[in-house]
Write a protein that binds this ligand. Structure first.
Ligand code: PLP
Length: 654
């Protein structure tokens, strides 16, 4: 069993743990050294906490479910003829009845005021157990009386286990040369990744990698400081110009991530604008929710994508009240897309600013990859070409603040805002999340700019990604598999149960060599648990076929509900099994090149992803001044080129 994975819950009924291995007093045991066990006696809920700690070093414990750990830590386990004496020996005396050692309770006078206040903050259920530990002088341990921090952590974590929201991370190491293949903790154990947000495979793009290598060689690793102190590089400024131009806005500002960009911008604006009211879509990302919370401004939450509800809420406030409507273009867990133009209409009617998170859309929509707002005026943006000027009246122009990430379709790291010059300057000047942190490393910044510049010029990756999405959705539907309907590149497959969704993900990984993460509460509502699939242009027809057969097999094995089952129940709230649930995809046939025969084809038979040399040239030229002329040669990356397909893109063959 792999460390840090959730495979254990899959086979929970078949696992058992020999007590001598768990409680061996043999100091040479590779699994559970006795010194670690003695630690166990210095905590409240000692057994459970220690067993959790030992998970990392004992393969048997590592395979235990939280429930199994809990049962191993309770009184019955202590009555085991092997466990009991071993614990007593380690404890240096008989254990009290029950599973805990004796603690003395500090009086209120002994608890410093600050700690007492903290103790009051502990929910009632936990207070009963929150007895401070007494220093164990006999063992030379210096445990101060007071608030029991470790017990508090354990209780908080227990809540996560109980409500099934505890997160287990799979060990996935995506291989640049074998995209979309990754190895797991074992380097020889390879799986196909079907759920990454590296939507276009730009993380391994030779254009990006080559640019980053050259930057790293010339400028080293770190930025050396905040933007204010030694960390303001020409490359940061160039990236901000690139982003402003991408969104045809006067200015842009780069942050460590878009989480930070959203949080910092919303917190700053909401606290600065007098009496500001936020109007936040109910499905907004945590970064926006936190930013709004941090601003301490009034907020109204409107039903997801519901214009009537948004209008009802906006109309409660005078037009003069500063207002900000915060929303996303592509909602990444359900794949829905916001009605951006309609939201702009309401914003204009009620005097609100619009704050649009295009995190899952940049690189993916629009002729130049600027997002859904650009896509909505596709032809106008094609006609405007490279100009940085706004197209008056276009949807992108009507949105006041656009935020995006450099960490998903652009394959790197970082986030940004784009908007008016003064808005950007205000955030630059007031937002602690921007000011008081080391700026992004030059190589990261250069890689991001190379990715954006390349994708501005080359539509082929975007087209192929959306064509592969269409194909996979259609094939899943043919097999009666419950795809949550949506117009975007996200393919959620409904499971509707947390344990089953995790079991499905685990079975795909263990039995089929496929990695698709299950998405459970609180990311999606209880009862809407799902597998979230994201095809890329790098997935081949053979990989798709294997995915389809594997999902089919897992649905059979775990007896998961298919579309017909949901229909029989009257449909699921996500739209699965409902009549009239068909949705028009954002990319139409013409935009995909299906009408003029320029659509790229899904890779197959060992053909590798292509690269468009003209776009490479444009991207590389951005760095001539700082890095010198690129010696980029396609052959160095084992890529040769076929005739151009997919607009400007060329497909390469191996
Ligand atoms: N906004 C949305 C909608 C997201 O889904 C995410 C991350 O998943 C973010 C913002 C944060 O972006 P980043 O990963 O750059 O921090």
């Amino acid at each position: 069993m792999r460390k840090g994975t959730n495979h254990e819950e899959l086979d929970s009924t078949s696992l058992s743990f020999p007590p001598f291995l768990l409680l061996s007093s043999n100091r040479d045991s590779p699994f559970a050294p006795i010194s670690t066990f003695s630690l166990l006696f210095n905590m409240t809920n000692i057994h459970l906490a220690a067993l959790r700690q030992l998970k990392g070093s004992c393969p048997f414990l590592n395979a235990a479910t939280p429930k199994q750990l809990r049962s191993l830590s309770t009184a019955p386990a202590l009555h085991c003829p092997i466990v009991g004496p071993a614990l007593e020996q380690a404890a240096g005396g008989p254990l009290p009845s029950g599973s805990t050692r004796s603690y003395s309770t500090a009086t209120q006078q002994q608890i410093p005021e600050a700690h007492r206040q903290q103790a009051h903050a502990v929910p009632n259920a936990q207070k009963a157990d929150a007895k401070p530990l007494v220093a164990d002088a006999s063992k030379g341990k210096n445990v101060a009386p007071g608030f029991n921090y470790e017990q508090f952590y354990g209780a908080e974590l227990d809540k996560k286990h109980k409500d099934k929201s505890y997160r287990y991370f799979n060990n996935i190491n995506r291989l640049a040369a074998k995209f979309p293949i990754a190895h797991t903790a074992k380097t020889t154990d390879e799986v196909t990744v079907w759920c990454s947000n590296d939507y276009l495979g730009m993380s391994k793009s030779p254009v990006v990698v080559e640019t980053m290598k050259r930057t790293l060689t010339k400028y080293g690793c770190g930025a050396g400081g905040t933007r204010n102190i030694a960390g303001n590089h020409s490359l940061h400024l160039a990236l901000e110009d690139e982003l402003a131009s991408l969104h045809r806005k006067p200015a842009a500002l780069v942050f460590s991530s878009c989480y930070v960009a959203n949080d910092a911008t919303l917190a700053t604006l909401g606290s600065k604008l007098p009496g500001c009211v936020y109007f936040s879509d109910a499905s907004n990302h945590a970064s926006m929710i936190e930013g709004i919370k941090h601003s301490k401004a009034t907020k109204e939450i409107w039903q997801h994508n519901n214009m009537a509800d948004l209008e009802a809420k906006l109309s409660k406030y005078p037009k003069e009240t500063p207002k900000i409507i915060a929303f996303e273009s592509v909602y990444s867990m359900c794949g829905s897309v916001a009605p951006i133009a309609e939201i702009c209409d309401l914003a204009e009617k009620y005097g609100a600013l619009t704050f649009l998170d295009e995190v899952h859309a940049v690189g993916m929509y629009g002729p130049r990859g600027a997002g859904v707002a650009e896509h909505l005026d596709f032809e106008a943006h094609v006609a405007a070409g490279d100009s940085s000027d706004a197209i008056p009246g276009s949807v992108m122009d009507r949105v006041d603040i656009i935020t995006g990430t450099l960490g998903k379709a652009y394959g790197g790291l970082g986030g940004y805002i784009a908007g008016s010059a003064d808005l950007v300057d205000l955030v630059r000047s007031y937002a602690p999340g921007f000011i008081f942190t080391t700026s992004l490393p030059p190589a990261i910044v250069a890689g991001a700019q190379a990715a954006i510049a390349y994708q501005k010029e080359c539509i082929g990756d975007r087209r192929l990604q959306h064509l592969n999405t269409r194909s996979l959705k259609a094939e899943l539907e043919k097999r009666g598999l419950p795809v949550v309907p949506g117009p975007s590149h996200i393919i959620p497959v409904l499971v509707g149960d947390a344990a089953l969704a995790k079991a499905a993900s685990d079975t795909l990984l263990l039995n089929h060599g496929i990695y698709v993460q299950s998405i459970n509460w609180p990311t999606v509502p209880v009862g809407s648990e799902r597998l979230r699939i994201t095809p890329t242009p790098g997935h081949t027809a053979e990989q798709q076929e294997h995915l389809l057969n594997s999902i089919d097999a897992v649905f059979n094995k775990l007896k998961l509900k298919r579309v017909a089952d949901w229909t029989a129940e009257g449909g699921h709230v996500s739209g699965v099994g409902m009549s009239n649930n068909s949705v028009e995809p954002v990319w139409n046939d013409e935009q995909l090149g299906l009408l003029d025969g320029t659509a790229p084809e899904m890779l197959s038979d060992g053909r590798k992803s292509g690269i468009e040399m003209e776009a490479v040239g444009v991207a590389m030229n951005r760095f001539n001044k700082l890095l010198g002329k690129s010696k980029f040669k396609a052959e160095e990356f084992s890529i040769t080129f076929d005739k151009p397909v997919g607009g400007k893109v060329a497909q390469a063959s191996a």
